[in-house]
Design a protein around this ligand. Structure first.
Ligand SMILES: Nc1ncnc2c1ncn2[C@@H]1O[C@H](COP(=O)(O)OP(=O)(O)OP(=O)(O)O)[C@@H](O)[C@H]1O
Length: 366
C-alpha cells in the first residue's frame, strides 16, 4: 500500500515539531526517517499512524492518503497499521505464541479466523522470526532482541498494510542491533510490507533502507537513496550529519574560496561548489576523512602541510589525526595497504591532499 502525506505540520504549544512535510512512499518500500533527537521523526510517524493529529487551519489542509485514499478521519485501529516501538511491552502473562495470536483472537466474531487457522498463522510467523522453538516461553525468558522479534511478529499477525517502527532496536546493545537490522532487511524482502522506521542511527538507516529521509528541525533536509545522502549531500546539515567529515570555515569571492591557508578555485575544484556572486560570502568546505590522501611532498593546489598527531590502526581503515599549521585538527582515513607502504609516524610533517571536497555557502542553505 502506498502512503502519501501532504502539508503535515505539528505545533506543540508554540513549538513547531514538524513543518510542512509532504512526501510519497511507494508500495513495498522500506523508508528510514533519520535525524537527530528532537528533529520531528516520531511526531511525523505518529501522524501517519493517526496517533497524532496534524495542524489544520484555513491555510493548511493536511492529508494522509493510503493507496490514494484519505485516511485523515480514520482512527488508528481502522488504518491497518502495524506498530513496533522501542519499548514494546509484550503481555507479560502470555507466552510468545499467545502474544503473537492476540491480535487475531480479539477480533470480533465475524472476522475472527477459526482456531486452527490462527494456530497455523502464528506458527508461520514464528518461523518467519525464527523463534518456533520458543513459542511456549514468557517474555521475561527472552533476550531483548528476541522480544523485539516477537513484537514484530505480533504487529504482522493482523496483516497490516503499513508497518511503522519507532526506534525498534533502540534499547538493544550494539551487536544485537547489527544482527537485527540485517534480519529486518531480509524479512522485509520476504514480506514486502510498506514500512517506515524511525532511527537516529545513520548506519542502521543506510544499511537497510531503500530510501532515507533526513529530518532537521521538523523539516525534510534530503530525501534520497542511501548512496545519494552519503555521496551527494544537498545541504551542509546532511554533509555534517552523515558520516565523518572535516569542516573548513572560510569565505567565497565569486569563483574563489579562501579557507584558512588554502585558496581554491571553482574551475579546478574536485567536488561541489556553489555558483554565486558576491564578496566575502561566508562558506564552509567539507572533506570526508577517506577523501584525503597523505603524501610526503606537496601535490597540487589542494595540498596542505600537516603534522601527524596520532595514528589509530584498529579498524577497517587507519585513522590519522592531523593538525594544520594553524593548529586546526584534521582527520584522514587511509587503507592498511597504504599505511604499510609509507611511514606515518606521530609528529612527522606530511601533506594532506584533498581529493574531493564540497563547498556550501551558508547563505544559500540557511
Ligand atoms: N506531546 C508533546 N508535547 C510537547 N512537545 C512535544 C510533544 N511530542 C514531541 N514534542 C517535541 O517535539 C519535538 C520533536 O519530537 P519528536 O519526538 O518527533 O522528535 P524525534 O526526532 O523523534 O526525537 P527522538 O529521536 O529524540 O525521539 C521535540 O522537541 C519534542 O520535545
Amino acid at each position: 500500500m502506498s502512503i502519501e502525506i501532504r502539508n503535515l505540520n505539528k505545533t506543540f504549544g508554540t513549538f513547531p515539531a514538524v513543518r510542512d512535510v509532504s512526501l510519497k512512499i511507494e508500495t513495498g518500500q522500506l523508508v528510514a526517517l533519520l535525524g537527530p533527537s528532537g528533529s520531528g521523526k516520531s511526531t511525523l510517524l505518529r501522524m501517519i499512524a493517526g496517533l497524532e493529529k496534524p495542524d489544520n487551519s484555513d491555510l493548511i489542509q493536511p492529508e494522509v492518503l493510503f493507496e490514494g485514499v484519505p485516511v485523515g478521519h480514520k482512527p488508528v485501529r481502522k488504518r491497518g497499521v502495524g506498530f513496533v516501538f522501542q519499548h514494546y511491552s509484550l503481555f507479560r502473562h502470555m507466552t510468545v505464541f499467545e502474544n503473537v495470536a492476540f491480535g487475531l483472537r480479539v477480533r470480533p466474531g465475524k472476522v475472527r479466523p477459526a482456531r486452527g487457522e490462527i494456530d497455523k498463522k502464528v506458527r508461520t510467523l514464528l518461523e518467519l522470526i525464527q523463534l518456533q522453538s520458543l513459542a511456549g516461553r514468557y517474555p521475561h525468558q527472552l533476550s531483548g532482541g528476541q522480544r523485539q522479534r516477537v513484537a514484530l511478529a505480533r504487529a504482522l499477525a493482523v496483516e497490516p498494510q503499513v508497518l511503522l517502527l519507532d526506534e525498534p532496536f533502540g534499547a538493544l546493545d550494539a551487536q544485537v542491533r547489527v544482527d537485527l537490522r540485517t534480519w529486518l532487511r531480509k524479512l522485509h524482502n520476504e514480506i514486502n510490507v510498506t514500512s517506515v522506521f524511525v532511527t537516529h542511527d545513520q548506519e542502521e538507516a543506510l544499511e537497510i533502507a531503500d530510501r532515507v529521509i533526513i529530518m532537521n528541525k521538523g523539516r525534510i533536509e534530503q530525501d534520497g537513496t542511501p548512496y545519494d545522502v552519503f555521496h551527494a549531500p544537498e545541504t551542509p546539515f546532511v554533509m555534517g550529519f552523515i558520516g565523518n567529515v572535516n569542516i573548513f570555515r572560510g569565505s567565497l569571492n565569486g569563483s574563489r574560496g579562501v579557507f584558512g591557508s588554502l585558496t581554491v578555485d571553482r574551475q579546478n575544484f574536485p567536488g561541489g561548489y556553489p555558483s554565486m556572486e558576491g564578496k566575502d560570502v561566508p562558506a564552509e568546505m567539507f572533506v570526508r576523512p577517506h577523501e584525503i590522501e597523505l603524501q610526503e611532498k606537496v601535490a597540487g593546489p589542494l595540498s596542505i602541510p600537516v603534522r601527524i598527531v596520532r595514528v589509530q590502526p584498529a579498524g577497517a581503515l587507519v585513522r590519522i589525526e592531523l593538525r594544520t599549521e594553524k593548529g586546526e585538527p584534521l582527520m584522514a582515513e587511509i587503507s592498511h595497504d597504504k599505511f604499510r607502504e609509507d611511514i606515518f609516524r606521530p609528529d612527522s610533517l606530511v601533506f594532506a591532499e584533498l581529493k574531493r571536497a564540497r563547498v556550501f555557502s551558508n547563505l544559500l542553505h540557511r
